[in-house]
Design a protein around this ligand. Structure first.
Ligand code: C5P
Length: 224
């Protein structure tokens, strides 16, 4: 049987990561966080003191990018070579640099190939893949394609609850600025043809996971 691929895109603060992980757990699927790869590459450049602003430097570093990620939703980790960077890639100094690598087509095609290999090689019957261009570029032929959205207000509130000591105003500006930069590279604000929008503004975490699982169940019923 064909592997079931659930593609989920959405903006920062939409709850994409936790919802994707929760849905994967519920479905018994693997989970792939593609943003972690972009973050890990930015981390590597910063760690080595390489100039992430210089596209040639970034592209030249790709062959040395030794990236590993845990696709079991219960054992998530991110590694670059021997270094466990699971925590470090969430640091603000990494988050603000990711756009410099994510804007480069060479980086995107390199990582897209890596994601497709990971999707193909996972031993589970299905995989939830989460990012910005999964429904459109990485896995446009996925079994289920979902755009997870939430109002800007809801996304800001969720993010500032996550980041201790931050104010809603600062978090809001960071979210808007990151989404603006990301939108110039891929459109993840509007659902592409055939993509189902799940709006989590009025839903809690459990309800959002259920909404995603329902979309997947419906697609599987249709397919069989
Ligand atoms: O999802 P997350 O916030 O971890 O993504 C970090 C950054 O990686 C995004 O802001 C975006 O610049 C980039 N990204 C991307 N394409 C993806 C996933 C993430 O460009 N599929």
């Amino acid at each position: 049987t064909e592997k079931i691929v659930v593609a989920i895109d959405g903006p920062a603060g939409s709850g994409k990561s936790s919802v994707s992980k929760g849905a994967a757990r519920e479905l018994g699927f693997a989970y792939l966080d593609t943003g972690a790869a972009y973050r890990a590459l930015a981390w590597m450049l910063l760690d080595r003191g390489l100039d992430a602003e210089n596209p040639e430097v970034v592209v030249a570093s790709l062959p040395e990018f030794d990236f590993a990620i845990g696709t079991d939703p219960d054992h998530y980790f991110v590694k670059v070579g021997p270094d466990d960077v699971t925590i470090a890639i969430r640091e603000p100094w990494v988050t603000s640099e990711v756009r410099l690598v994510a804007r480069l087509p060479e980086v995107r095609s390199h990582l897209t190939a890596l994601f497709r290999r990971t999707i193909a090689s996972t031993p589970r019957p299905g995989i939830v893949v989460e990012g910005r261009d999964i429904t459109t570029v990485v896995a446009p032929d996925a079994t289920s394609r979902i755009l997870l959205t939430a109002s800007e207000d809801a996304r800001m509130k969720r993010r500032s609850a996550e980041i201790v000591g931050s104010t809603a105003a600062v978090v809001g500006e960071q979210l808007r600025s990151r989404d603006r930069a990301d939108s110039r590279v891929v459109d993840f604000m509007n659902a592409a043809d055939g993509v189902t929008t799940v709006d989590s503004t009025e839903l809690d975490f459990g309800q959002t996971v259920q909404a995603v699982v329902e979309v997947v169940t419906l697609a599987r019923t249709k397919a069989s």
